[in-house]
Structure formats: structure tokens, C-alpha cells
Design a protein around this ligand. Structure first.
Ligand code: WTA
Length: 661
């Protein structure tokens, strides 16, 4: 049997299939778990009615649905389409009506140590005020709202107020540049932008409003107002025609607001993510199916007990994890959760563990990159805090190497807690492949099994399922409720990107292996998408940012394995002799170009390293051989270069790099 495993580049994954440690759930955990083995059989018997049952049980519908799945226009799905509901009512009001108004919904912890608790009743008032204020600013059902905020309660309130009005939100992570923000505002034609003067990052006030001002200067004709939350009190430039203070309009608005129900397929949000081309894709999700799967997965994968658990997902709301597992999943389920504004090492490297101790967090959901960073800082740091409240640990965003998984379980989980490695994507909307704590015997480093109601497989180049022990491409073989409904404004790109590589199958872009038990091990991206600290970045997008600088003639970007961030951005550039770049010292080139990428895309996309070269390795058809550049970036012997148009190029690059600088 030939191994068709695609080339992937993640650290520490080469020995995955020799990993034989196993962790069965404890009998005590299994006995009390929400999810029991029987869920799989139930879902297998009739996947579609299984989801219908979940949607009925976990959500409150204004008009109950009759229709479950309409796949007649595949790959465009409709779920629960004749039902109507309001997302914010489901996340907030109904918990108050059920007598849980005094339950804390959000324990907000500011980076500077300020904290605020909002109960479900508080949240209902805040969301109602915001909904009234947005209406007064001209936002109605179907209008898009861009959100560019730090992780503060107003971010959650704004998202829910949009949902309440049926106005799809488009959250743009605060680390993206003005340029990236303006592209996203224009693509979605946002009418309102909600931002803050700034937020706290690494112990200092970090401005946000200037990026919005800049974005508007670039031309964003759809924007009528910019609503500004005062968080840091720093000075802001002000344009009376456009800018409005949150405190002037939201705080003054009535706290009574009656939600109206929308069709299940009404768009809930757009979230941009990097694709294999330069232009980010506006992934859009609708209401009923998305909320049903968000609630189901949050309840079962994390074993949520809303009366007693304190849940904490460390993601920012600028990413899909923040949408599904900070806002919609937990709130639909009536959970009490922690949100933290800042960085894990401010003011000290034990900050996260101090928060776990302070709020007695029981469920923690974070990313491998954070786990590896904490490992590097040393086990003695978490050891200083009482982490005994923890009972479930989750991981998301990138493959987790077995050693990080073991450390997470042992040092953070006291060798007691189940660890669930959850695979999913912005596009899938909710968790797709994950162990169920209390049911699955876990394996360090593997996401293992599709959830009940989810159908996934690993296929070879010809779309044939690989046998157990084989490797190939991860695909999803049946539609699921929280699947993306498309790419905003570009239905063809949706079909091309996800549904044309393998006929009738959703191609996720990830490589994977099946072990002898048929369990799935994710191996990282197989396309030109990098995964840096769990954030998706496109090689093409960074390359176009680099060549937009006058010094740069050509650029090639690769994701090189990195012990902490999973992958790191390494760029190879050819400078233009005539534009001044050639006269610069290597350090000056690095600094200038790194800052340029930060300006074009955002600080998260800054290359770790920029190497100036005379030539790039290309095939005879002109395709850059990134594989060879990755070898260089990872300090490996350069692999087979026989298909290069000019085979001396790699020698030149190697010589150039070793030449005294
Ligand atoms: C990767 C984040 C391995 C994968 C929720 C996917 C993972 C991309 C895992 C989606 C995991 C996410 N194991 N890889 N548990 N979770 N990925 O859209 O490459 O930001 O395609 O969604 O992250 O990233 P996105």
C-alpha cells in the first residue's frame, strides 16, 4: 500500500502513529456526563432527524420548523428553513424568563485587573439598549455592522444586539490593520462600525479608533456612523458627522426591546478568513442550524452543566472560536463564563492560572500555541495556583502535539481531567471532530472521531476513502447544520473552493491520517494557508503585501515549523535594484518590510524572518517550489530540486544565506 499522506508541516507530528498512550474516562466522569455512547447510535440511525431533535430541544422557536434539511440545491444547504427564531432571545431573554436572570453570564476580567460581572438580566438590559440605539442609528434587519473592539463586554453586547435586529455582524479582529478593516467593511458594505478608543494589551492602552479613522479615509461609502466605546480614555480624533459615543446613545436608550423572529436561514454573521488567494473570504453563517450545532457541541463536548460550571474560552471574539464558543454556544446554553481582555503574561506569566483560581473555572478551552508557550515558561508557574476546580480541558486551532497534550492534562488538569482536541473551521461553524469526554478513550494528539451527526472521512487523490492506517485529505461527506452557507457575494468561489476538488465532498484543506482503530489525526494544512498560533494566514496575501512595497520585485512566503507558534511566516524576497532596496542593510530591509506587512494586513502577519535572495526556485512552468524554500527556512538539507528550471538556484540561495552579512 502506498502512503498518500500529503506533505504537511507541523512540529512534532512525525511520530504520531507510534503514540500509544490511552486515557479512558473515569467511571465517575462517565456516569455524570451529558453525552453518552448512545448518542452515536441515535445519530447514525437517522442523522437528519437527530439534528431536528437537537434543534427542537436546545433552541426556542417562535415558529416551529417542519422542514429539516433541504439539500436539493447542493452544495447550498438550508436547515430548519420554515422555522423562525431570534438568536438574542435564545441567548439571553429566555434564560431570564426561565428564572435565571440572576445567574452571571459574563465575568469580565480586564487586563489591568478591573472586573465586572453581568448577569443574564443585566445582559438583557444592555442588549436591549444597544438594539434600540442601533435602530436609532438606522440599522435594520439585513444591514451589516462591522465590529472592531477589544474583548470587553460591549463586544458581546454588540454582537447580540445585531443578532436581535437581524443585522449580520462582521467582527474584525483588533489586530488587523486599517487596510484590512477597510477591505472587510467594503466587501460587506457595512452601515455601522462599532469600535472603542482602545483596549489594554501588554500593560498599555492600545489604540483602535485611529485604525477605523484610517479605514474610513481610504473610502468606505457604506458607513454612516462609527459608534465608539470609551475603554481606555485615550485621546481620539473626532468627526461629528460620523462619530457617536456609546455612552451618549446606548447608555441613554431604553432597556426595553421586543425581539422579532427571523427565518432560520436569515444571515447571522459574516467572518473573514484567509484563503489560498490574496482576497480574504467572507464566510457567512445563518441562524437556526448554526445555533443548534453551537449549542449541541458546547453542551456535549465540554459536558456543560449551566448551574454549576464556570466556563472559560480564551479566544477573542474576532475569530470563529470566539463567535461559537464565547458568544453563541455558551449563552444559548445559559452558561456562566469568564472573558479576559488581555495577554497571558500581563502583569505576570501566571495570569491565566490566577484567573482560573479566582473564578474557580471548571472548563477551559484554549489553543496549542498557548499551551506550548506555558510549557516553555515552566510548570512551576501554574503550580503556584489552585487549579483543582478544572474538570474538562479543550484544545482548538491547530494540531496539538502529544507532548503538549500530555502537559496540558498533567500540569493543568492534575492528571484528572479529560482533554478534548476539537477540530473544526470558520467554515464548519462548530466543532466537527472531537472526543466526547465521558465516552471516548482519548489519545494524546488526536481529534479522533466525528461527533454524532457528523460524517467525515480521509480520502486519497482520487476521492477514495483510505484504509485504516492510511493518510490523505480530510473531507466531510454529509451536510451539517452549522455549515457555511457560502462566501459573501461570491457563490462561485464557494463551490470552487470547497466542493470542486472531490465531487460531492467538502474539502477542508487539511491533511489527515486514520490510525488502526480508524481514529483521525490531523496533520495541518495542505494548501497555501499557514496556521500561525492557531490563526489562519494566506501565503499569497502576505506575498501581495510584500510586492506592494516599492523595494520588492518578487516574494515567496512559506510557513516554517515553529516550536511555539506551530508555524511561523518566513519570506524570501528579491529586491528591485532600481528602487533603493538594494542599497539597504539586511536589518533595515527586515524592519521596513515587516512593518509594511503589519500595515497592510496586521501585526499577526509579520514575517518572523525575511531573507533577501537573488532568485526564487521555480519549476519550468514558473511555479514557485515552496517545498524547497521550506527546507531552507527549517534548516534542513534541501530536498529533490530536479524539477527546477534552473537547478543552481538553490545553491545560490544557500550561499547567499551563509555569506557573511
Ligand atoms: C486548523 C479554527 C488540527 C485546521 C476553529 C483547520 C486544527 C483550521 C484543529 C481552521 C485541531 C483547527 N487539530 N488542526 N483540533 N482545529 N485546526 O478557520 O488546519 O481559524 O483547517 O478555525 O485550523 O482554522 P479557523
Amino acid at each position: 500500500m502506498t502512503d498518500t499522506t500529503p506533505e504537511t508541516h507541523e512540529p512534532g507530528l512525525e511520530n504520531l502513529l507510534t503514540e500509544d498512550r490511552r486515557f479512558p474516562p473515569s467511571p465517575e466522569f462517565a456516569a455524570q456526563a451529558n453525552a453518552q455512547q448512545g448518542l452515536y447510535a441515535w445519530a447514525n440511525a437517522d442523522r437528519v432527524s437527530f439534528w431536528a431533535e437537537q434543534a427542537r430541544e436546545l433552541l426556542s422557536w417562535e415558529t416551529p420548523f417542519e422542514e429539516v434539511l433541504d439539500w436539493s440545491k447542493a452544495p447550498f444547504a438550508r436547515w430548519f428553513a420554515d422555522g423562525t427564531l431570534n438568536a438574542a432571545y435564545n441567548a439571553v431573554d429566555r434564560h431570564v424568563e426561565a428564572g435565571h436572570g440572576d445567574r452571571v453570564a459574563l465575568h469580565f476580567e480586564g487586563e489591568g485587573g478591573d472586573s465586572r460581572a453581568l448577569t443574564y438580566a443585566d445582559l438583557q438590559r444592555e442588549v436591549s439598549k444597544a438594539a434600540n440605539a442601533f435602530t436609532a442609528l438606522g440599522v435594520g434587519a439585513g444591514d451589516r455592522v462591522a465590529i472592531y473592539l477589544p474583548l470587553i463586554p460591549e463586544a458581546v453586547v454588540t454582537m447580540l444586539a445585531c443578532a436581535r435586529l437581524g443585522a449580520p455582524h462582521s467582527v474584525v479582529f483588533g489586530g488587523f490593520s486599517a487596510e484590512a478593516l477597510s477591505t472587510r467593511i467594503n466587501d460587506a458594505q457595512a452601515k455601522l462600525v462599532v469600535t472603542a478608543d482602545g483596549g489594554y494589551r501588554r500593560g498599555a492602552a492600545s489604540a483602535l479608533k485611529p485604525a477605523v479613522d484610517d479605514a474610513l479615509t481610504k473610502g468606505t461609502p457604506s458607513v454612516e456612523h462609527v459608534l465608539v466605546v470609551k475603554r481606555t480614555g485615550q485621546d481620539v480624533a473626532w468627526n461629528d458627522d460620523v462619530d457617536v459615543w456609546w455612552s451618549d446613545v446606548v447608555d441613554q436608550a431604553s432597556d426595553q426591546h421586543t425581539p422579532v423572529a427571523f427565518e432560520a436561514e436569515h444571515p447571522l454573521f459574516i467572518l473573514y478568513t484567509s484563503g489560498t488567494t490574496g482576497k480574504p473570504k467572507g464566510i457567512f453563517h445563518t441562524t437556526g442550524g448554526y445555533l443548534a450545532q453551537a449549542a449541541f457541541t458546547h453542551r456535549n463536548v465540554f459536558d456543560l452543566k449551566p448551574e454549576t460550571d464556570v466556563y472559560w474560552c480564551t479566544a477573542d471574539v474576532g475569530w470563529i472560536t470566539g463567535h461559537t464558543y464565547v458568544v453563541y454556544g455558551p449563552l444559548i446554553n445559559g452558561a456562566t463564563q469568564v472573558i479576559y481582555e488581555g495577554t497571558p503574561d500581563t502583569p505576570h506569566r501566571g495570569r491565566w492560572w490566577e484567573i482560573v483560581e479566582k473564578y474557580k473555572v471548571t472548563i477551559l478551552y484554549t489553543a496549542p500555541t498557548a499551551i506550548r508557550t506555558c510549557m516553555k515558561w515552566g510548570s512551576e508557574i501554574p503550580a503556584k495556583f489552585d487549579l483543582s476546580s478544572l474538570r474538562v480541558l479543550g484544545s482548538v486551532g491547530e494540531p496539538i502535539n502529544p507532548e503538549a497534550w500530555m502537559w496540558y492534562r498533567r500540569v493543568i488538569g492534575g492528571d484528572r481531567t479529560p482533554v478534548v482536541d476539537t477540530w473544526w473551521q470558520t467554515e464548519t461553524g462548530a466543532i466537527m471532530i472531537s472526543p466526547l469526554p465521558g465516552v471516548t478513550e482519548t489519545k494524546p494528539g488526536s481529534a479522533q472521531v466525528p461527533l454524532p451527526g457528523i460524517a467525515a472521512d480521509v480520502v486519497d487523490d482520487e476521492a477514495n476513502p483510505v484504509p485504516d492506517g492510511g493518510g490523505g485529505y480530510l473531507v466531510l461527506t454529509e451536510p451539517w447544520p452549522s455549515m457555511l452557507r457560502g462566501i459573501w457575494g461570491d457563490p462561485d468561489r464557494y463551490v470552487d473552493t470547497y466542493w470542486s476538488r472531490f465531487k460531492g465532498l467538502y474539502f477542508a484543506g487539511d491533511g489527515a491520517k486514520k490510525d488502526a482503530d480508524g481514529d483521525i489525526w490531523l496533520l495541518g494544512r495542505v494548501d497555501d494557508v499557514m496556521n500561525v498560533s492557531g490563526h489562519r494566514l494566506s501565503t499569497t496575501e502576505i506575498e501581495s503585501a510584500l510586492v506592494s512595497h516599492p523595494w520588492v520585485a518578487e516574494a515567496a512566503v512559506v510557513g516554517a515549523a515553529d516550536d511555539t507558534t506551530g508555524q511561523a511566516v518566513v519570506a524570501f524576497v528579491i529586491l528591485r535594484g532600481d528602487a533603493g532596496g538594494g542599497d539597504q542593510e539586511a536589518d533595515a530591509v527586515q524592519t521596513e518590510l515587516r512593518n509594511h506587512v503589519a500595515k497592510e494586513i496586521g501585526a499577526i502577519a509579520k514575517p518572523r524572518q525575511i531573507l533577501v535572495v537573488a532568485e526564487l526556485p521555480k519549476t519550468r512552468s514558473g511555479k514557485i517550489m515552496r517545498r524547497l524554500l521550506r527546507d531552507v527556512a527549517e534548516n534542513r538539507t534541501v530536498g529533490d530540486a530536479t524539477t527546477l528550471a534552473d537547478s543552481s538556484v538553490m545553491d545560490l540561495i544557500a550561499q547567499g544565506l551563509s555569506a557573511p552579512g
